[in-house]
Design a protein around this ligand. Structure first.
Ligand code: PLP
Length: 411
């Protein structure tokens, strides 16, 4: 008899975005013709930049001729992409990373989900709260948690990110072997300082723990004092893996390209105390289960590192940061406490009521859709996430609608 993976039914049933869609559909059915503005979207709205499109098109053309055709590519990615990543994203910023430590993939979602496969099953895993749901759900699927009770899974160590700690979790008080960190953060938009990140690196080295550092939103950092990579912190090569994606940096959410950086110094131990290279394990995993990102997509991603590509992609994040500024200023002016939006495309807004209640009120009174913070974890209760990924006109219209409905939103 075929049987299921019994960890799947443990997943908490109300997946955030399907519940948002359900409520929006119900509202539209009862208010036909109502014009809604969606400010909850975590997807880009601007097209691929011209230099990326041109490299993409040229690479497709190469596939059309026998003498320039490419079949399977190298398992871990083409050197024409790994080289510029090492040079521009890392070495130019004083982070000692070489191209051989960069593994190209089709997304940070899959990389952050799949990486756990190379670790022991009975680890002490720490997860921030609120959190990008993929880290939690994939650990549930892998059977690394207990069941879901009172808003949390048994077996995980939750690191509260609250107003009190500026949405940067404190170091764990109990033993931790693996910890997920994400900065600039989804959903709070918070950033981490060099000193705070150095404290995490120090903690991880001392406790032989590993930090999984998700830097999917690095392109939005403008404050020069903030670290862009965990590898700018001395010692991080021994205790951290970093995930980066072209999704939000260059509009690749539908095109799909990302990379994971695993320094050679990064080790993990077997039960007999033997040390193993995580780069070897991850390379082996990818070579066995993944057949690479297509040649034209890697050529398109490499175009991001040309001078024109750098300028054009910066213009993309500048545009969304312009939207974020409008959101912050408008909502702040209405009396809402806001975090994020300065070095991040997300603004975390304190609602002074349950987040789903605020979601419903905002939908009903202003016709604006946001993402309820409670869907990202217990500590997200009392907040909503507002996204700057939108057309500027929509952002301005949404802010006008919210201002018009302010008296109904109890601010
Ligand atoms: N990490 C975080 C924190 C994200 O918010 C997202 C996407 O929303 C991802 C990773 C996924 O990125 P990708 O499109 O590369 O799979």
């Amino acid at each position: 008899m075929i049987r299921i993976n019994e960890n799947y039914p443990k997943l908490s049933s109300s997946y955030l975005f399907s519940e948002v869609s359900r409520r929006v559909a119900a509202f539209q059915a009862s208010h036909p013709g109502a014009q809604l503005i969606r400010m909850g979207i975590g997807d880009v709205t601007l097209p691929l930049p011209p230099s990326v499109v041109s490299a993409f098109r040229d690479a497709v053309q190469e596939l059309a001729a026998e003498d320039t055709f490419h079949g399977y590519g190298p398992d871990l990615g083409y050197d024409f992409l790994r080289g510029p990543i090492a040079e521009i994203d890392y070495r130019a910023r004083g982070a000692d990373i070489d191209p051989g430590e960069i593994v190209i993939s089709d997304g940070s979602k899959c990389d952050t989900a799949n990486i756990q496969e190379i670790f022991a099953h009975d680890l002490h895993i720490a997860i921030p709260d609120p959190v990008y749901p993929v880290y939690v759900d994939t650990n549930v699927m892998a059977g690394r948690t207990g069941s879901f009770r009172d808003g949390r899974y048994g077996g995980l160590i939750y690191l509260d990110s609250t107003e009190e700690n500026g949405f940067v979790p404190d170091l764990p008080k109990s033993r931790v072997d693996l910890v997920y960190l994400c900065f600039p953060n989804n959903p709070t938009g918070a950033t981490i300082t060099r000193e705070q990140l150095a404290a995490w690196v120090d903690y991880a080295r001392k406790s032989k723990a590993l930090i999984l550092y998700d830097a999917a939103y690095v392109a939005f950092i403008r404050d020069p004092s903030l670290p862009r990579s965990i590898f700018e912190i001395p010692g991080a090569r021994e205790c951290a893996i970093e995930f980066r994606s072209f999704s939000k940096t260059a509009g690749f959410t539908g095109t799909r390209c990302a990379f994971t950086v695993v320094p050679r110094d990064c080790k993990a131990w077997d039960s007999a105390g033997g040390a193993h290279s995580l780069l070897d394990l991850w390379s082996r995993r990818q070579a066995t289960k993944f057949n690479g990102v297509s040649y034209p997509v890697q050529r398109a991603a490499a175009a991001v590192y040309t001078p024109e590509g750098q300028e054009e992609t910066k213009a993309l994040s500048d545009y969304y940061l312009g939207n974020a500024k409008i959101i912050r200023e408008k909502l702040g002016g209405l009396g809402f406490a806001c975090t994020g939006g300065e070095n991040s495309p997300y603004i975390w807004v304190k609602t002074d009521m349950e987040s789903w209640k605020f979601f419903d009120l905002l939908l009903e009174k202003a016709g604006v859709v946001v993402t309820p913070g409670a869907g990202f974890g217990m500590c997200g209760e009392g907040y909503v996430r507002v996204s700057a990924f939108n057309k500027k006109e929509n952002v301005q219209k949404a802010m006008q609608k919210i201002a018009g409905a302010a008296k109904d939103l109890a601010v």
